[in-house]
Design a protein around this ligand. Structure first.
Ligand code: G1P
Length: 298
């Protein structure tokens, strides 16, 4: 089973940095953002590879995930074993590539990985967000198993004035994640049966306040539907629109998650905050980070 990670965007929010460095390779501490996403993607049992949907303009991402035995040997010769291990680990991750030559939307990006998913269910992880604890997709897989292999999405509550930024679900409460009995319908662990989905609705048209967080476990049927999906919101081929059609044929569930379980890297400010958060929780960085802040004349 594969996990698809769309990564063909231009990274315009990060210009001018992304003029030369793909946004996926910007580091959080000493590791590129996309490596956190790949490692998270590989966590659920049964996922044996990540498929990065790249554009041909960003060969640096492939370079990063390639083995470099000469560089590793050089580092070992110079007594830098920990660094050599880190270089080795990046090159040894089971990552393959598909290409999206035209930026036609998220649904189109996912469709570009169809040849890699082998007609099996697959995860989709949006790369602007990663979950350091790596449990979100594991929980989604549990919900899917409990419902006969159905598609599952992660959702979270969002204030009414922000619904138009996201995909929003309609549904009914269907239980809780095993071992995480949720009292409230919008509390982490609550499981919903999805009855509808709308991409970026106006507040008055939103069927709930639960938005799609960017983690999907999808039936392979979605690939057939994406192949015939016309453009939707913003003139783009929307994954949400194909999921609406999937709902007419198959069951779909949503599990409420705490969005703060993950870290946002979608804008320079969010990326900087994520760096701060990760530095504060990592004993290897925390003290130097706090000292560094203390000496800044802010
Ligand atoms: C995409 C999806 C949307 C989802 C969002 C999460 O939108 O289309 O349904 O809620 O990701 O980040 P985008 O942010 O690419 O516009």
């Amino acid at each position: 089973m594969k996990a698809v990670i769309p990564a063909a965007g231009l990274g315009t929010r990060f210009l001018p940095a992304t003029k030369a460095v793909p946004k996926e390779l910007l580091p959080v501490l000493n590791k590129p953002v996309i490596q956190y996403v790949v490692e998270e993607a590989l966590e659920p049992a049964g996922v044996d590879g990540a498929v990065i949907v790249n554009s041909r303009e960003k060969p640096q991402i492939e370079h990063y995930f390639s083995a470099d035995p000469d560089f590793e040997a050089y580092l070992r010769d110079h007594g830098k074993d920990a660094e050599a291990d880190a270089v080795h680990a990046a090159g040894a991750l089971p990552v393959s590539f598909a290409y999206q030559d035209d930026p036609k939307g998220l649904g189109h990006a996912v469709l570009c990985a169809a040849g890699e998913t082998a007609g099996e269910p697959f995860f989709v992880l949006l790369g602007d967000y990663f979950v350091p604890g790596r449990r979100m997709c594991v929980h989604m897989a549990e919900v899917s198993r409990a419902h006969g292999g159905a598609s599952v999405i992660a959702v979270a509550p969002v204030p009414a004035d922000q619904v138009s930024r996201y995909g929003i679900i309609a549904g009914t409460r269907a239980g809780s994640l095993a071992g995480a009995e949720a009292a409230g319908d919008e509390e982490p662990g609550a499981v919903w049966k999805v009855t509808g989905l709308v991409e970026k609705p106006a507040p008055e048209d939103a069927p709930s306040h639960l938005f799609i967080v960017g983690r999907y476990l999808l039936s392979p049927r979605i690939m057939d539907l994406l192949a015939t999906q016309g453009p939707g919101k913003g003139g783009e081929i929307q994954l949400t629109d194909a999921m609406v059609r999937l709902l007419a044929e198959e069951e779909m569930y949503a599990v409420v998650v705490d969005p703060d379980e993950g870290c946002d890297t979608g804008t320079p400010a969010a990326w900087a905050a994520t760096n701060a958060r990760m530095a504060m929780r990592d004993p290897a960085f925390r003290q130097a980070f706090v000292e560094g802040l203390g000496t800044q004349k802010l």
